[in-house]
Structure formats: structure tokens, C-alpha cells
Design a protein around this ligand. Sequence first.
Ligand SMILES: [Zn+2]
Ligand SMILES: [Zn+2]
Length: 295
Amino acid sequence: MENTFRDPFRSPGRWYRGNLHMHTTASDGLRSPEEAAAWYRAQGYDFVAVTDHRACTPVEGLSSPEFLVLPGIEAHPGQNEVGEPYHVVAAGVTSARRYTRDDPPQAAIDELRAAGGLVWLGHPHWLGSTLGELMALEGYAGIEVYNSTCLRFAKGYSTVHWDDLLARGRLVWGLAVDDTHWAGGDPGRGWVMVKAPELAPQAILSALAAGSFYASQGPEIYDVQVGPEEVYVRCSPVASITCVSVSGSGRYALAEGPDRPLTEATISRRTARVYVRIECTDAAGRTAWSQPYLL
Ligand SMILES: [Zn+2]
Ligand SMILES: [Zn+2]
């Protein structure tokens, strides 16, 4: 299965900000689903997915026309090479069986997708996932390239895993999530900006499935145009704009100083191969990640 890309910067609709991974008192989080939803709404988010461990938490009555609460789950099937179960996360599912170490992770992916879920792999770096393990699984929409709860354990970033998949032609999307359990000051540190025609479950989930979003810790991306020779990027003020590609074939643009941030850049892609993706990083070190563009 290969994902088909809907470029958010070339698609109609509006931007919706959401967090796709977090926990409540229904598993090991410290806030109830009601309190958690209220927090995201007060912070200016448009939607959140409740992804408690091992079971789908009921979310009936938590949505309103202005704020969407998606049901979901973080399932823990199988076991990787370093003895951790996989963390298979899904949004848009209202029920699922309880997965254990005896269940192959591929079964969880297939069944959660069949139940209508958008399925992705949580925090590969924290899990010690190998490239072989990620390549062996199919049907997932993406991986968490940033997870702020995992950053508390010094393993928040999985962009290396992402680039290794992309370099081998595996077109998967990069997500940023906070995965908060409401204990360590990590809520609101990573999210997705989704371009969708409306704030409704199916519109948001199909936009995410099609890659019509970018991931962020703060910076906003306004435009990405991939031409035959150059990539043009427009964004909120940042310290660097990086065009990432296979091996050493990427390039970047740097701001001339803290008082002269970049808000756009045109970067040569002549050496790029297979794909390019954009990272915009501000002076505080916060990054926004575009989805990959196949060349
Ligand atoms: Zn997890
Ligand atoms: Zn989690």
C-alpha cells in the first residue's frame, strides 16, 4: 500500500490545529477526557484524539461545532528486538480488541484500519525500533517524528527513522504529537496543522491520511513549492529553513542573525534525490516539518 499525497498548500479548505495522541484517567493520564478536551480547546486547538492505552475511551458528548474530539487508541501488540511492545496508535476507532505481546503488530494495523482508523506508529526512537522493523510493517499512514513526552526521556525525535524509510521509497507521513499524560509539563508541545474542507471526523481523518498537513512545535509553514531546480518555502519567522533529501543531498538557508529571521527561502534542489521535505526551525529551536515531496 502506498500513500497518495494531497499537498496541503495546493488544496482548498482551511487549517485546523490538532493533537493526535494523549492519555486520560481512562488509562494512565492524570486528567479526565472532559478536562483534557477543555484544556486543548482553551489553548486554541480545533481537535484532539483521545488515545488511551489498550482500549478506546468513550468520547460521546465531548465534541461541539467548534471543537472536535476523535476517539482512538494506543495499542501494544508484539515485541520488538529490544523487548518493547510496538505502540500502534489509531484515531477514528470506537472499539478494538485488547492486543498483547502474542499479537503480531501487522494484525493491529490491519484491524484498526479496517475499523475505520487512521493508523500510525508511535515514537520509533523511544521504542528502539529498527529500520527493518519499520520496513516489515505495511499499511500505516506515518510515524511520530516528534513526541514531546518521549523528549522527557531524551528520545523525542524520530526524523532519522523517517528519512531512512523515505530514502527507500516508503512514503509515510511525519506527525508531531505531545502524547501527554499530564504529569511532566509536556502538553501542547507538538501538534499537526491539517488542511481540510471542514472540521468533521471524516474530513480531518482523510486529510491526514492523504498527508494534507504539516507537523509543528511552533513555527507555521505557509507555502512549499517544489520546482524542477529549486524549492520555495514561506513560513513564520525562523532561524533556518532546511530542505532534507537522501544521504547528503539536502541543503539549507540560515538567517543572517537573530534580528533578521527568515520568512522565506529559495533553496536549490539540484542534488536532491527521491524526495525532499522541509524543516523550519525558529530561534528557540522549535521546528515545523512539511510532508515529503517525491521527486
Ligand atoms: Zn507510546
Ligand atoms: Zn502514548
